[in-house]
Write a protein that binds this ligand. Structure first.
Ligand code: FAD
Length: 256
């Protein structure tokens, strides 16, 4: 099926995109990778009059570490994250999740901001970001807002974002010394059909981020017990389910 008619806008700056969203209100929708939204439009589950394509906004792409945070700009693709050395060395749960998202086409186009804004409970980034206690930074014409990740998801496919708000950045706390993480995707999808076409094949995901209590002078080496920081579930894991690939835990990123 073809999508309903819409006007297509391709702003080059964030300011321009925000002004378009203000102008069109509920009739305007953001287009990032289009991997989830274009199928919805083709099925006529969504029929916006105006699409605001944010792919040309260069300030919305890339990753850096600064002031205690990993800052992943919202239009950063799943594949950029999967191939990034900093992520592989210091953010094991993210490094384990990114290559498991769908297939190469979806990973080349889909974005972290689009994935979180879409709020699909079967999406991989939701569980990872909950486990890592991330924050999302959004912008609208009224300014900037920081939303803790557990304040972003309201319900299935529903977030607390306003229609004129763009996620600009996802912030992940920099790992402390001797911390680690893992990501298990218990049922791998082949990347052929989107999740809503086959609910029984929804992947069940589990992400964990853990930090070892730092050894005090009184604690003997090797006796510090792992302290669980946060554990998030996309869906409850069935007992004794087999992981399609071994978890990468234990993995200790270099301390700084
Ligand atoms: C065949 C297939 C298999 C898939 N398998 C997986 C999988 O295994 N794991 C997984 O996690 N995902 C999977 N996905 C989803 C994929 O990861 C998408 O990339 C992601 O859900 C949406 O990202 P996007 O950039 O394509 O967003 P879009 O489709 O462009 O947008 C999705 C929604 O988010 C809104 N939006 C986008 N960007 C922003 C922003 N910056 N600020 C505010 N709102 C925004 C849009 O308006 C829209 O409502 C799959 C998709 C397909 C088609």
């Amino acid at each position: 099926m073809l999508p309903a008619r819409f006007d297509y806008h391709r702003p080059e700056t964030l300011e321009e995109a925000l002004s378009l969203l203000d102008q069109y209100g509920e009739d305007g929708k953001i287009l990032a990778g289009g991997m989830s939204f274009i199928p919805l439009m083709k099925l006529r589950f969504a029929s916006p009059g105006h699409l605001v394509d944010i792919n040309r906004i260069t300030e919305l792409s890339g990753m850096t570490e600064s002031n205690g945070w990993l800052r992943v700009k919202s239009v950063t693709r799943h594949n950029q994250i999967a191939g990034d050395r900093l992520i592989r060395e210091r953010y094991p749960a993210m490094a384990a999740a990114a290559p498991q998202i769908a297939d190469p086409i979806v990973r080349n186009l889909g974005t972290i901001g689009g994935s979180l804004a879409h709020a699909d409970p079967a999406g991989d980034w939701g569980s990872v970001m909950l486990a890592l206690e991330a924050e999302v930074v959004s912008h609208s014409s009224s300014g900037e807002r920081t939303i803790p990740i557990d304040g972003l998801f309201e319900s299935t496919f529903t977030t607390t974002l306003r229609p004129n708000e763009i996620i600009t950045e996802v912030r992940v706390p920099m790992p402390s010394a001797r911390s680690g993480g893992a990501y298990l995707k218990l049922e791998r999808k082949g990347g052929i059909s989107p999740p809503w076409e086959s609910p029984s094949s929804l992947p069940w995901t589990t992400a964990a981020s853990l930090r070892l209590a730092s050894g005090s002078p009184r604690s003997a080496p090797g006796t510090s017990r792992p302290r669980r920081r946060k554990r998030a579930f996309g869906e409850p894991s069935p007992p004794r389910a087999r992981s399609p690939r071994p978890p990468i835990w234990p993995h200790w990123p270099q301390s700084r």
